[in-house]
Each structure stands twice: as C-alpha cells, then as structure tokens.
Design a protein around this ligand. Sequence first.
Ligand SMILES: C[S@@+](CC[C@H](N)C(=O)[O-])C[C@H]1O[C@@H](n2cnc3c(N)ncnc32)[C@H](O)[C@@H]1O
Length: 257
Amino acid sequence: MSGDQAAPYAHLAPYYEVLSETRDWDAWLAFVQAVLEKCMGQGRFDLLDAACGTGRIAVGLRLLGHRVTGVDISEAMLREARRNAEAARVDLPLYHQDLRRLDLPGSYDAALCLCDSLNYITEHGELTSALCNLRRSLRPGGILLFDVNTAWKLEHVYGDYTYAEHVGELSYIWENAYDPERRTVTMHLAFFVHEGGRRYRRVDEVHVQRAYSHEEMAAALAGAGLQLVSWGEVAGLTPPEPVEERVFYLVRRPETG
Ligand SMILES: C[S@@+](CC[C@H](N)C(=O)[O-])C[C@H]1O[C@@H](n2cnc3c(N)ncnc32)[C@H](O)[C@@H]1O
C-alpha cells in the first residue's frame, strides 16, 4: 500500500547527505572556490547559494570567509541547512523561496545553483524566468555558476532503473521512468523508516528532472539577459564530475542590463 505523497525532499532531506555518499563534497567546494578566484580574484564575496539544499556547500564557503545567503523551495532541506550552519557555528541567512518567483533583498557578487537543481524546473519558460531572477539578484558584472544533469545521465544512469538499498535506519526503493520525448525522468521514491521492532513507516515522494540540450540552455540564458562565458570546463578548470553526466555553466550579468 502506498503512503502519503509528499513534496520532493520532504522526507529525503535528513538522508540527503547520507545518500550522496559518493559525492566528493571537498572537490565541489574546491572547484567553486577556484572558479570564484579565477573570475573575481582573491577576496571575500557576497554569494547567493540558490537551491542551497542542506547548505553543505554554503557552509563550506562561509568557512572560507565569504558572506553567503541560501535560498531553497524545500522547508525540509532548509531545516537541514539551518542545522549544518548551527553545527559549524556560522551565520547563514536562509530564505524559503521558489527560484521561479525569486524576490530577495540585497544583491550578490556571484550566485551558485549547484547539483542539478535547475533540472527540477521542467518548463523552458520557467527555466528562463528562474535565470532572469538570478540575473536580477547579481550586481552588474556578477557571475552565476550552475550545473545540470545531461540527457545522457537521465537516460542511461537514472533511466528506467529501480534501486533498493538499506542505509542505517532507512530502507528505500527508488523507481525511475524515463520519457525520451520530453527528456524527463520521473523518480518514485518510497522510504521505509524503521520505527522499532518490526515496524516501518512508508513515505513517498516523486521527483521529476528534465534535461536541457545546450541549445535550449543557451536560448534560456539569452532570454534571461545572461552572457554565456563558458560551459563544460568552465574557467579552464576540470569539473568535479564527468562531463557526460553533468555540465557546468559559467555565465555573467552584463555590466549594463
Ligand atoms: C539535488 S538538490 C541540490 C542541493 C544543493 N545545491 C547541493 O549542491 O547539494 C536540489 C535542490 O533544488 C531545490 N529546488 C528544486 N526546485 C527549486 C525551485 N524551483 N526553487 C528553489 N529550489 C529548488 C530542492 O529543494 C533541492 O534542495
């Protein structure tokens, strides 16, 4: 019997970092810091971590001396981000907002939108709106660094596969369905949370990601008034994950506009 359907990350949030065990967080942080240094020189900057999730990268950047603000659509992920910031004893302002309707006070030297967060925006027009909102949050000349899962990854890594695993107190079944026409993957996640003895509570969430071709992304960036600086090996640096699975984009808000 199926449990209640919840918003993406409502149940996953406390396990997000455990389930991301193969991700090299230090390599991601070093990559982001290296891109910032290449583009803006050494310094402490005002950064926006858009779709910050559990705030692990935001906290890392805060510890490197930057002033960081996080924003995310998921209250559950923001709770984890608050916990991570408290554990690291850093100040990390957090906002509960949707990138498609972003309205933040202040402006930033650079914004990040990492780890396939933009793939969750499945309409091209809404992707353009989100990018446009990110442009508005930047100071003139400010940069935006983001990455997206590729169509190859959605088709061949997520594909139509089903995974099942036990991680500590949590067991889960993750069933995927790839739609080649829409280039979307729908991920049905059923979590079985151990409640003691033989009792498990089942909770479900559905995640949908869409892949964007480079042409679609370039059109969305142009529509949002952002200049494409480089993609793939951005700033001449090797990204932390294989380019056939994840493509990084480095873009800039023009000095005027
Ligand atoms: C895979 S996680 C990445 C989190 C974090 N950036 C990282 O590097 O670990 C995707 C994040 O995107 C957020 N997200 C998805 N759609 C969003 C939207 N429209 N506005 C704001 N956040 C969104 C989710 O809530 C989730 O925290």
